[in-house]
Design a protein around this ligand. Structure first.
Ligand SMILES: [Zn+2]
Length: 407
């Protein structure tokens, strides 16, 4: 790797030994586009290039580009760190509603019931370990300490200040119904749960049996008082809003939403990095010792949003379609944006991580190369926020989830 100079693009430092965009002109853009392969330019990419040009970031010369995209080196206050798309070994959870369906995704799960696979996690209750490249064997929490904002990005400074990774990525085998539950927002969680964040989450249905459904929100006329009485009387059902789901659907679940995933779905979950759940009803289940799981009725009643009355699922919003790459917006909130991206055979998505936000790419159908990393369905890779230019390409076509927090 060649020595490089440090330059600024937004709040994070980048560098390379190539051409500075301050001195580039339109013919250089065309040169890049023509010589870096058949690229599809995602919405916002040219804007980012122009922003970086204004801020003085330089881009690599064509001769240096392979090293730049596959094996970038960042100098940060004298430290040299290697940034590349990261894969992780998952952490499994054996909650009682799980099954064995994670085996179908190629997960090497332990015996018995397995409910969740934490795919990218840096939480007290589960930390995933890097499984590829120079950082193989290191826990995600160690990377947060070592790489800081270069890993998560300046838009996640609020999480870094608390020593936390901002997101948690899971796959859920909802073989049986999950408890009816609610998660607090940041304010309530930080006041009542120690240094714990709230939990806004979203689900993508990877596979649903016929008749699968979720519970989201309350039915018309539900009030805090009527709901409290219904919990006490054990007759909740008429207050729960059931929503049918099928493979490919997505559901946005802001903190405060009364919700449950019913049985028969395999679900990818993107959420804030939190493990705080207030259960209001657990279907009268008991564990192997005959004990029910604890409920948290008072906390739940504190945080349930009773104004969320019979919400409908939002359809994906088309963002762009260009050169075999189609993007849809699934969910956007103050913590993350989730897109669905489809690549037709041989199509290429070109992106750039300029230091403002990490990106997480998950293949949910087919397979794709993220730079030189092969990612199969269903796997996720974490792109450090200061990675720089990256490409996602698919030989035979793929459907992916893209998670980020670019402004
Ligand atoms: Zn939940």
């Amino acid at each position: 790797m060649q020595a490089a100079r440090t330059q600024q693009c937004g709040p994070s430092r980048h560098h390379d030994s190539g051409i500075n965009f301050e001195h580039a002109n339109d013919s250089y853009f065309k040169y890049i586009l023509n010589n870096w392969g058949v690229w599809t330019i995602p919405s916002g990419f040219l804007h980012l290039i122009w922003s970086c040009r204004r801020s003085g970031i330089s881009f690599p010369s064509p001769a240096n580009r392979a090293a730049y995209t596959a094996d970038m080196v960042v100098f940060d206050e004298g430290r040299m760190a290697k940034l590349y798309p990261l894969m992780f070994s998952p952490v499994f959870k054996d909650y009682p509603w799980g099954g064995r369906n994670l085996e179908k995704l190629g997960r090497d799960i332990p015996d018995g019931i397995v409910a969740e696979s934490w795919e990218i996690a840096g939480h007290n209750n589960g930390v995933t370990i890097v499984s590829n490249g120079e950082y193989a064997g290191k826990p995600l929490t160690a990377l947060i300490s070592g790489l800081g904002s270069d890993l998560v990005g300046s838009n996640y400074a609020w999480a870094l200040e608390r020593g936390k990774f901002p997101l948690l990525i899971k796959i859920l085998d909802a073989n049986q119904p999950l408890s009816v539950q609610v998660h607090p927002n940041d304010t309530y969680a930080l006041e009542n749960e120690g240094n714990e964040l709230g939990k806004t989450e979203m689900w993508v249905v990877l596979n649903a049996k016929p008749g699968a459904e979720v519970i989201l929100g309350v039915t018309k006329g539900t009030t805090l008082e009527s709901f409290r009485e219904a919990i006490a009387a054990g007759r909740l059902d008429s207050y729960l809003h059931h929503v049918p789901v099928k493979t490919g659907d997505h559901i946005c679940v802001p903190a405060g939403s009364l919700h449950a995933i019913m049985g028969g779905s395999l679900i990818a979950e993107i959420q804030q990095n939190s493990d705080t759940t207030y259960r209001v009803y657990d279907w009268n289940r008991v564990d192997a010792d005959g004990q029910p799981r604890s409920l948290h009725v008072d906390q739940a009643l504190d945080v349930i949003n009773f104004a969320q009355v019979e919400p409908e699922l939002c359809p994906p919003k088309p963002l762009s379609k260009n050169g075999g790459v189609s993007r849809w917006l699934l969910c956007q909130n103050e913590y993350f944006t989730v897109e669905r991206v489809t690549l037709e055979p041989k199509a290429v998505f070109a992106g750039i991580c300029t230091g403002d936000s990490l990106e997480i790419w998950g293949v949910i159908d087919g397979s794709a190369m993220v730079n030189d990393l092969l990612v199969n369905a269903v796997q996720f890779t974490l792109l450090p926020a200061a990675l720089g230019v990256f490409t996602v390409r698919s030989e035979d076509g793929a459907t992916l989830l893209r998670v980020h927090h670019h402004c």
